[in-house]
Write a protein that binds this ligand. Structure first.
Ligand code: IMP
Length: 196
């Protein structure tokens, strides 16, 4: 298993391009390097298994697209959409499927691609759904992990980076549908989301 880098070990001297972001946690270059490492590890682990990557919309769309291109074994791609935070910054614990998979995953090796695991509630819900579909296996790859906020125990097989208990945006992650287009992951100013 890969060990996540800790952002505090990194020192990006980068200026955020929006004043709503208080600091850059992970630069675009750091993310790309780590995504390539994850892709190499996944390719090795899934040799001969023809996995189906299940990207969780919308937050993981950018990560999924980049990771997909770093996977060198035959695989397929599907997406699932679940109810999001809306304008709130914290999980309500209420999760529902808004868009289901297009193809059956029965007897397939499923790799769920998440943007961030926070309380773990969303992931646990998705894992239950996948296991009920008689998959051959199900694993999880998350770009970011915020273990300090976990409310339920959940195993994340591949982790890009561990992040502190801050609300982060960029590289697909949003607050109220904004900031997904930032090429880096940054910490959102608490005044913006009314937190802390
Ligand atoms: P969980 O159910 O609390 O683990 O929440 C998972 C989902 O909440 C993620 O897939 C994100 O969409 C969202 N989320 C959690 N923390 C953050 C954050 O810091 N920034 C943006 N979205 C977040």
């Amino acid at each position: 298993m890969l060990h996540p880098f800790r952002p505090e070990q990194l020192s990006p001297e980068l200026k955020p391009s929006t004043s709503d972001v208080q600091s850059v946690l992970l630069s675009a270059e750091q993310i790309q390097k780590r995504v390539a490492e994850l892709g190499a590890q996944i390719s090795q682990d899934y040799e001969g298994k023809d996995p189906v990557l299940v990207g969780v919309l919308v937050g993981a769309s950018v990560f999924t697209a980049d990771l997909l291109r770093c996977i060198t074994v035959p695989c397929s791609l599907d997406y699932v959409a679940i109810s999001s935070y809306g304008k709130k910054s914290r999980s309500s614990g209420v999760v529902r499927i808004v868009k289901d998979l297009d193809e059956s995953v029965e007897s397939r090796h499923v790799l769920i691609i998440e943007d961030i695991v926070d309380t773990g509630l969303t992931l646990n819900y998705l894992l239950d759904i996948m296991r009920n579909r008689n998959v051959a296996s199900v694993r999880v790859c998350a770009l970011l992990d915020k273990p300090s906020r976990r409310m339920t125990s959940v195993n994340v097989d591949y982790i890009g980076y561990e992040v502190p208990d801050e609300f982060v945006v960029g590289y697909g992650l949003d607050f109220a549908q904004r900031y997904r287009n930032l090429p880096y992951v940054g910490i959102l100013r608490p005044e913006v989301y009314g937190g802390k």
